[in-house]
Design a protein around this ligand. Structure first.
Ligand SMILES: [Zn+2]
Length: 124
C-alpha cells in the first residue's frame, strides 16, 4: 500500500514538473514573439514574502539594455516590489518584456535567493 502511494506521489510530481516545463517553454516562445507583459515571478515572490523575505536587489547579469543597466543593484522592499503593478509582471514592468535579469531576495535570517523572470529559484 505504501509503495503504491509513493508511486502515485512520484507520478503526480512528474506530472507537475512536466506541466511546469511545458508552461515555461510556451512562455519562452511567447516572449520570443515579443508580445507579452507577463513574467512568472509574482507567485514565487508572494510566497517568499509570506515566508519572511523582505528585500529585493536587482542583478542585471551584465545586460546591456539601458533599462536593465539603470536597475543594477537597485533595492526595494519585497512588499513595494509587488505593489502597484499594472501587469502580472513585477520584473518586466521595471525593465522590459523578455528581460533576462535576475533579482536577489533576502530577509533577516533567510538564505539569499535568486529568482529569474521564469520564476526559477536558486539559493546562494
Ligand atoms: Zn533585464
Amino acid at each position: 500500500m505504501e509503495n503504491r502511494q509513493s508511486k502515485y506521489q512520484e507520478w503526480v510530481e512528474n506530472l507537475v514538473k512536466t506541466k511546469a516545463n511545458q508552461e515555461k517553454e510556451e512562455f519562452r516562445q511567447v516572449i520570443a514573439a515579443g508580445n507579452t507583459r507577463q513574467d512568472l515571478t509574482r507567485p514565487t515572490l508572494e510566497s517568499l514574502l509570506q515566508q519572511g523575505y523582505t528585500t529585493v536587489q536587482w542583478d542585471s547579469q551584465g545586460s546591456r539594455e539601458p533599462k536593465c543597466m539603470e536597475l543594477q543593484n537597485m533595492q526595494w522592499t519585497l512588499a513595494d516590489f509587488l505593489t502597484g503593478l499594472m501587469h502580472d509582471a513585477p520584473m518586466f514592468e521595471k525593465s522590459h518584456p523578455g528581460c533576462l535579469c535576475k533579482i536577489v531576495v533576502t530577509g533577516p535570517g533567510m538564505q539569499n535567493t535568486v529568482i529569474d523572470t521564469f520564476g526559477n529559484v536558486e539559493t546562494i
